[in-house]
Design a protein around this ligand. Structure first.
Ligand SMILES: *Cc1c(COP(=O)(O)O)cnc(C)c1O
Length: 499
């Protein structure tokens, strides 16, 4: 028997609790609805952001390429993350004052340092759309369209490097992650066991990008034997030396595993003899990885195609749309010749692997990379390609090759300048030889003055112990006027340092 009085009390308590809870839910909803600005509020914020970015674009050809400042954006800390919201104007001002006016301006055509970036406009619109619709790009089931879009782009790029339909790949955040995926795939494809790591050999050049070394370490392969293949006077791997090393290692009971070559080194833009290296890796059954983060997309041009002959002989390649396809930062690509290997290393439902390969319309990015949930990254590449076609990209790359040659010819023929070598892609390495005093110190001073000036930006490198100045022409906003300006500024700074 239930006591009716007690029951009534309990019901009342529950009703009260329920009432309180509903009240609380409504209160919370009212606050959380701020996450959903209405059309009018969206319009206000959007208008301000468009005003700001349009202002940036209107002035981009006169904005500094480099802003050397004292405070280096410290003011961002003056407005801590808190419960107090600020207006969009204030937020934009904080960004302008503390971010967009310090350091490198990668959107500038005057950016001739390292490997320049860019940031074509239609990519920004692609990101805007992607962020609003927020399609779940990791899995076919969740967004078949977004996955098809990614795979279609991957197919297109596989075609550029001469891979067949058997190839696959992944849109990553950049070249470093792309390299990591390739190294891990190579490790698993060759079934390297941990007990064999110390006997396993990697062949690479001293010119390899540091992200390769990082990838090897992260992949747990840091204790492999590293063989640095001698390079020729054009900084390219010597294939006969490579073959000799492999044969020696094999004879000595080691396990030759991975050869890493570059389609455009960062230092001088050298392209390793891919065709010959490909033949050697086939002969000895090694994994052949090509780092084309900088140079890969030059394969879109006739000249580049010739230079990159043999790229299709590799097992994996990385290319960086946020470098040589001028996209804003946040897009690298790994391509793997045999999709099976990429899948085997990165899928996460081991027991239905065969079915997934056979039955799914499309492979899902989540099975081809370390990521599960991923940004709908394809749209930032697809949209500009669709709106513009490939031709302007090809032309821009060809223009960059010629601009580098133009700069090379000019600087080579300028008194007291020394050039390292004719550009293979779009990097020129050079320095000034002063009449008296220390050459390294003089060139360091030139660079310092160029950075202080800021109209253009370039960087330096050390080649055979010598301090060298270095430009890389790759920003899509770099045109002949930029190169002429760079030449004028260099001469101006030489005079300044001399005085
Ligand atoms: C830039 C670069 C990388 C690294 O790519 P990120 O996109 O910067 O991560 C790797 N290799 C080469 C040759 C590069 O130029």
């Amino acid at each position: 028997m239930v006591d009716e009085g007690l029951l009534m009390i309990l019901i009342c308590i529950f009703a009260l609790m329920n009432d309180n809870m509903l009240k609380k839910i409504k209160e919370l909803e009212k606050i959380s609805l701020k996450l959903e600005p209405n059309a009018a509020a969206r319009k206000v914020a959007r208008k301000k952001v468009i005003e700001y970015t349009e202002g940036f674009l209107e002035n981009i050809y006169s904005l500094k390429a480099y802003d050397l400042t004292e405070e280096k954006g410290k003011g961002i800390f003056s407005s801590p993350i808190s419960d107090t919201p600020i207006e969009i104007d204030e937020a934009i001002k904080l960004v302008f004052d503390n971010v967009d006016t310090h350091g490198l301006n990668p959107a500038s055509g005057g950016h001739l340092g390292y490997i320049p970036g860019g940031g074509i406009y239609y990519s920004a619109l692609g990101d805007y759309m992607a962020d609003i619709t927020n399609r779940y790009a990791g899995i076919f089931f969740a967004s078949p369209g977004a996955v098809r879009m990614e795979n279609m782009l991957i197919d297109w790029m596989n075609g550029i490097v001469g891979y067949s339909k058997q190839a696959s790949g992944n849109l990553t955040t950049g070249g470093s992650l792309a390299n990591l995926i390739a190294v891990v795939t190579a490790r698993d494809a060759h079934k390297i066991k941990s007990k064999d790591i110390e006997k396993t050999v990697i062949y690479l050049s001293e010119q390899a990008h540091h992200s390769i070394d990082k990838s090897i370490r992260i992949a747990g392969m840091g204790e492999c034997v590293h063989r640095f293949i001698p390079i020729d006077e054009k900084f390219r791997i010597k294939p006969d030396e490579l073959e000799r090393m492999i044969a020696d290692d094999k004879a000595n009971g080691l396990i030759p595993w991975l050869v890493i070559a570059a389609a455009g080194t960062t230092d001088v833009g050298a392209i390793d003899p891919l065709d010959e290296i490909g033949d050697i890796t086939h002969k000895y059954n090694l994994w052949f990885h090509i780092d084309g983060a900088y140079g890969g997309f030059f394969a879109l041009t006739d000249e580049g195609k010739k230079l990159l002959k043999g790229i299709e002989k590799s097992d994996s390649v990385i290319i960086d749309p946020h470098k040589s396809l001028f996209l804003p930062y946040g897009l690298g690509v790994v391509l793997i010749k045999d999709k099976k290997h990429l899948y085997e290393s990165h899928h996460y439902f081991a027991n239905y692997m065969q079915d997934a390969l056979k039955d799914a319309d499309e492979l899902s990015p989540a099975d081809l990379s370390p990521e599960l949930t991923k940004h709908y990254r394809s749209l930032r590449l697809w949209l500009p390609l669709k709106l513009l076609g490939i031709a302007p990209f090809r032309a821009c790359l060809e223009e960059k090759l010629l601009l580098a040659k133009y700069f090379y010819d000019k600087i080579k023929n300028t008194k007291r300048f020394e050039v390292l070598l004719e550009p293979q892609l779009s990097v020129v390495v050079f320095r000034y030889i002063p009449e008296k005093g220390d050459t390294d110190a003089f060139n360091e001073r030139i660079l310092e003055e160029v950075h202080k000036d800021g109209r253009i930006f370039f960087s330096s490198t050390r080649i055979n112990g010598k301090f060298m100045l270095r430009i890389c022409v790759l920003a899509f906003r770099t045109h002949i006027e930029t190169i002429d300006l760079a030449l004028d500024i260099i001469i101006e700074k030489v005079e300044l340092v001399k005085s």
